[in-house]
Design a protein around this ligand. Structure first.
Ligand code: IVH
Length: 680
């Protein structure tokens, strides 16, 4: 093809894709199928890759994102990014309206918009091109997240006119996607807002592109004169921005007829009609496709807005009406970091006491540094704390930014001073000797749900640690409790009870001992799965770890690659092995008593490696057939490899069957399998 033709094709594709993106994402009126859209996009991406000379920063292909890591430098806003004063009753709204009308000294109308519970963003356009997308930050400075925001389909990269303006909006994740996306996240988010904010901070924009984020815009700032907020919204729509279709306009003193005609779907009425609009919005709230946490009431007339002006934080021409929720406001006095037994460092906000649903809260977990950055939180800020669903209070958002700077994770461990290492979203202290980690492991081991040793709470552990009697969990069974007799509060009786607690704990079953070792990922559920799958003793697990082969563990339904890798990695570490040896010597249980369901079958599968495909009469799910192989000493894998010796194949067998045949692996059907296993 001639270069000219390619240029023309690229131009055509871009025009078409702009149009389809706008129809689909802004106007919700798609004209082509998803498949056709994808086909055109793939072609454009291919042409742009092959002919980089035709690159264009506004190309609709920018929506696909990039795999190159980016940082999010702090930049100054060129408009003041204010937040809103709040109220929680219609009486307070009316009072505010009365005061505002009086101060403005002219007839006013009020626009009521939904308050979208998402991530606040400012989009800066220069001469019609998106130049920057900046988070709200502290209202003066925010983070430049342009690369990520560009991937959001409803954010126009190029406007139909070469205008320079700033647009405020809220980026949100439609609720229908929240559960699905959240379940595959490393750290699940408390709500769609945090998931949206977290996504916007991903270092690779291609990862942002795969999350269906959306936006509603609600304010525009430009040099062009406008007389009303509604005109601003109309201009935004004309430029291709997505607006929320739900809106009310209320006034006792101005004529709304013209607005009614132009926007028949909007609610209009007298100020008192606003109350029923608010009530119907509260009703609709749970059925909306996005989360709202209230409504925003704004003065429509721009000259009046200018006359009313601003307080330090809020415009006097708008107020937020917040729906009630089990939340409280409190100030963050300090952010501390805690070191867990795995070395994981967790920031914790020490807050001024606040009562929420009957309990007084003074500490709020902030999960990790990333979470603090999502909230854009610093010491001194006022935060919204909620007790949504669970009992653990969570920091929902910052209500008032007072901090000089957003909090950052310290570089070293607060306990031992070692440098911290980041793995995924979390920071870890990797020093094996770290005291906080050692103590954390001990608290965990003796705690409820684990070995549950009576009279051996955190204070006792601290005392034992301080005296050097106990350093690691196996030491609990080695030290002589009589040595505590000289300590205050430790009489014969208490020491006796402690001895009893320790010796009783030796009777705990293997599954409890296993989960008490404090191996990451190996909690009660995984311990149960391992035992059920045939790993009935620590030796069988240590053997699997010795083989460094994750496959047999991954073959267990409910155990993923990451869990398998972690368990194998941990069980191969000398410290962990030493711990296990020590506990074995102390007499703890390291195997599960055999099933009472029958005698152990003959180990006829020893040395064999089985795989399964298709469906079966006797084995539903088919993994049950593999249990029989394991009971007879065989290995089981989820995919065929050169090490596979047998494939059990039933009707509906897929590619595994072809692969097995090509490798000359013995293929067995259900009847033959039943005969082999002596199950007929
Ligand atoms: S107007 C000066 N309108 O709520 C203009 N804000 O608590 C102030 N928000 O930071 C904002 N929906 O992120 C406005 N329809 C809406 C909104 C909205 C959500 C957010 C916004 C702002 C926060 C204020």
């Amino acid at each position: 093809m001639e270069k000219e033709d390619i240029k023309a094709e690229i131009g055509n594709l871009r025009r078409l894709l702009y149009r389809y993106q706008h129809l689909y994402y802004v106007l919700s009126r798609p004209e082509v199928s998803d498949a056709e859209y994808d086909r055109l996009m793939d072609r454009l991406v291919l042409l742009e890759k092959t002919y980089p000379e035709f690159a264009d920063p506004d190309s609709p292909s920018m929506k696909v994102g990039s795999d190159i890591s980016q940082s999010f430098p702090e930049v100054e806003h060129t408009i003041p990014v204010l937040s809103l004063d709040k109220c929680t009753s219609f009486a307070a709204v009316k009072e505010w309206i009365g005061k505002t009308e009086k101060n403005a000294e002219r007839p006013l109308s009020f626009v009521v918009e939904e308050k979208i519970d998402g991530a606040s963003i400012v989009l800066y356009y220069e001469e019609g091109r998106l130049s920057r997308a900046v988070t709200r930050g502290n209202g003066i400075r925010g983070n430049d997240i342009t690369g990520n925001v560009m991937t959001i389909k409803a954010v126009p990269l190029k406007l139909p006119k070469p205008v320079t303006l700033a647009v405020r909006g809220e980026i949100f994740l439609p609720v229908e996607y929240f559960d699905r996306i959240n379940s595959s996240m490393e750290i699940p988010y408390a709500n769609p807002r945090n998931l949206a904010s977290g996504t916007l901070r991903r270092v690779k924009s291609s990862e942002v592109a795969s999350v269906p984020l959306d936006i509603f815009t609600y304010e525009g700032f430009s040099a062009a004169p406008v007389s009303t907020h509604i005109e601003i919204l109309e201009n935004l729509a004309e430029l291709g921005f997505r607006l929320n279709g739900t809106l009310g306009v209320f006034s006792d003193r101005t004529d709304l007829e013209e607005i009614r005609k132009r926007h028949p779907h909007w609610r209009t009425g007298k100020i008192d009609d606003m109350e029923s609009f608010i009530a119907s919005e509260r009703e609709r709230r749970s059925s909306l496709d996005y989360e709202i946490d209230g409504l925003v009431i704004k003065v429509n007339e721009i000259p009046a807005r200018e006359a009313l002006g601003y307080t330090g934080h809020h415009p006097r021409w708008a107020i937020a009406y917040k729906f009630e929720s089990p939340e409280g406001l409190t100030r963050v006095k300090k952010i501390d970091v805690q070191v867990g037994r795995t070395g994981r460092i967790t920031p914790v906000a020490r807050v001024e006491p606040v009562e929420i649903s009957g309990s007084v809260i003074t500490n709020v977990t902030l999960h990790n540094e990333e979470y603090v950055h999502i909230l854009e939180l610093g010491e001194g800020d006022v935060i919204v704390v909620s007790k949504r669903g669970d009992v653990i209070p969570s920091a929902e958002s910052v209500s008032e930014h007072c901090a000089e700077r957003i909090w950052n994770m310290p570089e070293s461990c607060p306990s031992c001073g070692s440098r911290l290492e980041k793995k995924g979203a979390h920071h870890f202290c990797t020093n094996e000797e770290c005291e906080a980690k050692n103590r954390g492991r001990l608290y965990f081991f003796v705690g409820k749900g684990q070995m549950d040793i009576d009279y051996c709470g955190p204070e006792t552990i601290d005392l034992l640690y301080k005296n050097g009697y106990v350093r690691d969990i196996q030491d609990i069974y080695r030290f002589d409790p009589d040595r505590l007799l000289h300590e205050p509060g430790f009489g014969e009786k208490k020491v006796g009870l402690l001895k009893k607690g320790i010796s009783e704990s030796k009777k705990k079953p293997y599954r409890i001992v296993l989960q008490s070792l404090g191996i990451p990922e190996l909690g009660p559920k995984v311990a149960e799965l391992l035992i059920e799958a045939g790993y009935r003793s620590i030796d069988s697990l240590l053997e699997a770890a010795g083989n460094k082969d994750t496959e047999p563990l991954v073959a267990i339904d409910g155990i993923g690659e990451k869990t398998a890798l972690t368990i194998i990695g941990e069980l191969s570490r000398p410290e962990v092995r030493k711990r296990i040896d020590g506990l074995k010597k102390a007499g703890l249980s390291f195997s599960e008593p055999e099933d009472r369901s029958g005698p152990e079958p003959e180990q006829i599968c020893r040395g064999q490696t089985w795989c399964v495909t298709g469906s079966f009469r006797r084995f539903k799910p088919r993994e049950k057939a593999m249990e029989e192989v394991k009971r007879r000493g065989g290995r089981v894998t989820s995919s065929i490899s050169t090490r596979t010796t047998h494939l059990l194949a039933g009707p509906g067998a897929g590619g595994k069957l072809d692969k097995a045949r090509s490798l000359g692996i013995s293929v067995v059907d259900e009847d033959e399998f039943l005969r082999m296993m002596d199950l007929e």
